[in-house]
Design a protein around this ligand. Structure first.
Ligand code: FMN
Length: 211
């Protein structure tokens, strides 16, 4: 099949300046809730980009677990590749591809680690299996086969038995503090709507961008 022939007209909706919420957070919340109510699969899945020390960008999916006026929080292993990249360059960009609504939202900003207390609060809300998994996986390290994971998981299970599982030192959250948001709504003839909110002198400047 010639995949060059795969194309779709975007006709579901439009985005006018007069539709926009005053703050990008309120606009994000509106779209997030619309995506959630529309039943989109993994609505909180986002791509997150980091940059390696040699300048090579890396992108992967993580799950958004909290958002409010302080920023956007996800959880991961603090020794993973992404964590090492964020330690040398704390700038990042995330993307929500809400394609069945013909929408995407892009956010960029700097990350900071959240407090251990906050990470612990979220960690304890996770299913026990996920808590054990966080202990068992040295995320981003090379392993010889799946048995390595199984054996480590068994050791961890035996170690904690039925007791409360503590927060691993190398696991927790990052908060992305946005300085730029872009809301994209697909339109017909590729003349899509794009609005960018950019933080300037502590105020959000809003501009329409050419598609
Ligand atoms: C739907 C989906 C959700 C994911 N959620 C997370 C997550 O919340 N945290 C995480 O560390 N990895 C998550 N992953 C795995 C990452 O994409 C990635 O493989 C992992 O974090 C290692 O990335 P790194 O080696 O670049 O650090 C998810 C993957 C998928 C496909």
């Amino acid at each position: 099949m010639d995949i060059g022939e795969i194309r779709k007209e975007y006709t579901q909706s439009g985005l006018n300046r007069s539709d926009l919420k005053v703050t990008p957070l309120a606009q994000f919340e509106l779209w997030f809730e619309q995506a959630r109510k529309a039943g989109l699969d993994e609505v909180n899945a986002m791509s997150i980009a980091t940059v390696r020390a040699d300048g090579m960008p890396q992108v992967r999916t993580v799950l958004l677990k909290q958002y409010d006026d302080r920023g956007f929080v996800f959880f991961t292993n603090y020794n993973s590749s992404k964590a090492q990249e964020l330690a040398t360059n704390s700038k990042t960009s995330i993307l929500f591809p809400w394609l069945s609504l013909e929408r995407q939202v892009r956010i960029s900003g700097e990350v900071e680690k959240i407090s251990n207390t906050e990470s612990f609060q979220y960690f304890t809300s996770r299913p026990r299996g996920s808590q054990l998994g966080a202990w068992a996986s040295e995320q981003s390290q090379i392993i010889t086969n799946r048995n390595v994971l199984k054996a480590t998981m068994q050791q961890i299970e035996d170690k904690f038995n039925d007791s409360v599982i503590p927060l691993p030192d190398n696991w927790g959250g990052y908060r992305i503090i946005p300085e730029l948001y872009e809301f994209w709504q697909g339109r017909s003839n590729r003349l899509h709507d794009r609005f960018r909110y950019k933080l300037q002198s502590k105020k959000w400047q809003v501009d329409r961008l050419a598609p």
